[in-house]
Design a protein around this ligand. Structure first.
Ligand SMILES: [Zn+2]
Ligand SMILES: [Zn+2]
Length: 157
């Protein structure tokens, strides 16, 4: 990263992303910059295609493929985490909004419950460590039936 005299506001997220790119000998290209900046503006969960559409609407010339290939880098940098949503596609959200958390997904109603457990996080680290495994990122999702879905099926019976 070239230091300039002009003080540029770099966020913690940007510093992490730049450090990762540097480590991988990748450049902060036009495409990566605009993908990064667009995500910085998002406050809700998103998927690759909706992000691509937003960029396209704003007139950035970025291929859909590039969006798909940039998201894993942002995941690895810790700026975003996998989220949950309807269907099979991958959803993402910025970690800085709510902090790291995992999801429970009701397969009947689509309800998503967010949770965080220090104990689970700690256990995951310990298990990975035991296997000599270096965690890059994780998304822990539990699929099942919400209270509402269980009540609805009980009423049917
Ligand atoms: Zn979430
Ligand atoms: Zn977690």
């Amino acid at each position: 990263m070239i230091k300039k005299n002009v003080v540029e506001k770099t966020s913690a997220d940007q510093e992490k992303f730049l450090a990762l790119l540097n480590q991988k000998k990748l450049k902060f290209t036009y495409e990566r910059r605009h993908i990064f900046e667009e995500i910085e503006r998002l406050n809700d969960h998103f998927d690759a295609d909706s992000l691509y559409e937003r960029l396209k609407k704003k007139g950035y010339r970025i291929a859909r493929d590039t969006v798909y290939r940039t998201l894993p880098l942002l995941l690895e940098s810790g700026m975003i985490q996998k989220s949950a949503g309807a269907g099979k596609r991958d959803y993402f959200e910025r970690v800085s909004i709510k902090g790291h958390h995992d999801h429970m997904i009701c397969i009947q109603t689509g309800k998503i419950i967010e949770f965080h457990s220090d104990e689970i996080e700690k256990l995951q680290d310990e298990i990975a460590h035991k296997h000599g495994f270096k965690i890059i990122f994780h998304d822990h999702r539990i699929f099942g039936l919400s209270k509402e879905a269980q009540a609805a099926s009980a009423n049917e019976g």
